[in-house]
Design a protein around this ligand. Sequence first.
Ligand SMILES: [Zn+2]
Length: 298
Amino acid sequence: MKILAIDIGGTAIKYGVVNEDFTVAQSFEVPTEANLGGPHLMHKIMTIVGEYADEVDCVGISTAGQVNSELGKIIFASENIPNYTGIEIKKTIQKKYNLPVKVENDVNSAATAEAVFGAAQGYSDFLCLTYGTGVGGALWLNNKIYTGEYFSAGEFGHIVTHTGGKKCTCGNNGCYEMYASTRALANAVHEATGKTLTGREIFEPENFNNVTIHSVIDNWIEEIIGGLTTLIFIFNPPCIVLGGGIMNEDYVITEIARRIHARPMHSFREVQIKKAAMKNQAGMLGAAYLAKQEFEKK
Ligand SMILES: [Zn+2]
């Protein structure tokens, strides 16, 4: 069997044909053009599906936004993709092509890929967090994604770590991602030094060894740990997988693990802190795996 996998991110759509053994036969990338809105994006998705409909057995889609994964429908998307909320991806594809379709949120797709092929293989439970512009989260319980009643479980970026703190895009104040995301780190460095640096630049030796920047980094790591502490108390997970480009900085992941493991409680000393292993194919492979499951249900 062959699976068409599509990974819709804020800037690019990656897509390609995935074989039954989850090797990627071929893959391509086109711009999302998110600013042109949900209907335009749906049109792009249909063009891609149309190209492959005759040669694949099912379609797996990983996408930004909150997804009702049973209906394959976007139930909430931020203004990054205007008018994406309400778009019925699965229904629209199935109206035209008689193919099993599975649509899942991007972090949930990536967590699925980590569970099946990546850093969390062998764990029936783990938490997955990705750090970038915001903080994404996914909850893998009993060998599957836990979605909650309305498909919004695992939004760890919006747990409140600073009551009355900075205003967040979700409408609340003091959300975790306002303090622990890569963007929050870049903002804090800017406030402290006046320099505008990317996450990667912050870790270049000339900046990393700057006393002011180094202390900003250390405070930011405390912010990351603050949220993880809450999650460890709630879930007592055996493993936490951390993703996003910033986690490729050895200092970050090592410090997070060191400080968490120094706590006296068992749940902190024993939890495995792992770096995401799947890199940029996580969304496609997670979606492909979920699509194959959908196909086998038929
Ligand atoms: Zn929020």
